[in-house]
Design a protein around this ligand. Sequence first.
Ligand code: SF4
Length: 326
Amino acid sequence: MPMLEVRDLKLQYSSARGVVKAVDNVSFDIEKGEVLGIVGESGSGKTSLSLALMRVLPKNVHAYEGQVTLDGKEISSLPDEAFRKQVRWRQISMVFQGAQNSLNPVLKVGFQAAEPMLVRSKTDRREARKRVEDLFELVGLPREIYDRYPHELSGGMKQRVGVASALVLDPKLIILDEPTSALDVSIQAQIMNLLKRLKRELGLSMIFITHDIALSSDICDHLAVLYAGEVVEKGSAEQIFGNPKHPYTQLLLASVPRLKSDTDPKYIPGAPPDLTSPPPGCRFHPRCPYRFEPCDHKVPPQVKVDEGQTAKCWLNVESEKVKAKK
Ligand code: SF4
């Protein structure tokens, strides 16, 4: 049984321009100790997906539906208050995008990391301090950091504080939203090494959200490629990097610059669609170099292209037909 099962998750916002379909019928599973990469360009719905899983929803929510099961227990049907007390931070926690800039400048970082313990589990201050200092050590920070203010720390150190804070209530799953963006390349590598070590040593399950498909290859076991709020391809890292079946995934991979290659990286023409009125048929069709007859008016189905790999593209429907005729 997967540790996390997400079925038909949908999140829509109201806006002056209409309803924004930010997350549209997204489904995936995560096994214990596994890292799932959610990959896609800016505006593909990645952050909305993580907020939907954490149920941190803005006031202008138009629709929030779907089924989420954690360790066999359906958590999506819990009332908001029960979800806040039982699930958020305790079972699913998150390192927010730009976490290094979200620390309160007037509070000591140790206190900020300890806050979920002090507030949610009423742990006494001495015990909470010990737990946070242990976690600081685990993520490669000196214990004395506890009494420092954010301005005394580098960007990389603040990001480590963010990771320690997410671990403080010993959750089953951590969502990392672009955890290395806005960091220098060398600091990025340090944070990736830290995450890989935590995965190895603690058997942590993670959702790793990134626009950088190359970076996801460093840590992810499985990937879900998101385009215009929909998962267009899913599979193991090996399948996605070795044999991508959706043109969008293929173009994302082709856009990665390679040091030891004479081939220039390719760019994806056009821009992601406005999610208040996504294109009919396949949402990628205005940008797709392979589009053909059904693409601009018929929604492609998710097709199983290999064991554990699916792609939402008419090309795969056609090749399955050819295979069936042989
Ligand atoms: Fe391209 Fe058509 Fe496949 Fe969409 S369904 S990705 S437009 S070939």
